[in-house]
Design a protein around this ligand. Sequence first.
Ligand SMILES: [Ca+2]
Length: 353
Amino acid sequence: MSVAAHSTNKPKTAKSISGTYADSPAVKLFAQDVAMRRDLDPEWVQGVFSQARKLPQVQRWILPPTQVTAKNWAAYRARFIEPIRLKAGLAFWNTHRVWLDKAEADTGVPASLIAGILGVETLYGRHMGDIRVIDALMTLTFDFPPSHPRAAARTEFFRSELEQFLSLAQRTGLDPLQVRGSFAGAMGMPQFMPSSWVKYAVDFDGDGKVDLWNSPADAIGSVAYYFKGHGWKKEMPTHYAVGFDASRLQLDALLAPDILPSFGPARAQSLGLVLPEAAQQHQGLLALIQLHNGDPAQGGAAPSYVLGTDNFYAVTRYNWSSYYALAVIELGEAIAALRRSEPLPSSLAQQAK
Ligand SMILES: [Ca+2]
């Protein structure tokens, strides 16, 4: 009997169980623990866990890229501020302007920022992810790749998200075996992780349930409340343009705190920055945000710089990247300009027609 023939004669049950978590003692122990702490039915929790599947592709996708290419703001920006997203954003804003206006009035978070987030995250609900969230979160909790540089901390993070996902499903009547999202477990038009859903998601259209997949109103309101919860300051700009006085520039000192606003306008100027009038009057601290445009040694352009405020920092709480934050902000501003029928920068005007 060949090996192949032998393997096809395996009992069917063995095949159906492989790649699941049904027989894992660690999972059973965790199920009991979660059920007790979260006041859930232990049999229900174990039943859900035992139907989850380990996804090897999730283990691969969670790893940092092996080939590190130089960061490139111009290229990153071009991925998001492009004709399809601009058009979809304009249509979304026109269709749902009542909810965007209400969100801005309730929280002070600009409609443009909300439109920018939903555009960058999912192209206004077109790409919300089709991985079962339970499979993603179980894989990242019980089979997180040990080669990841922060494996222990990330495992802990996903364990907590898994718990909150179950608790949320139980509370809201969502079927945890049906819910789909990104490979990291982010859900709906705004790609909320379970913990963000628990803390910030709102029933903005008042139909009695929070639905971040099918209710643009709920998605809009939830993004606004996410930023309100992360310290959004009404009327404050996200960033200013900035120049340099080469004669007294201390770039290392300015870049040391990274994206965390750390310098008052006077201090920023003493370290060699040239601030526009509005930034000189800014009430609060500023950060010098550096965005690389490829490796200058390989023919890349010089970096781009902006002065970030506390509100720029708040945008990075959605996704911890200054490139992400500025893309979101600029996409929202470009759509706002389209709504006002203002001419776009020439690079976009042709494309957006
Ligand atoms: Ca709702």
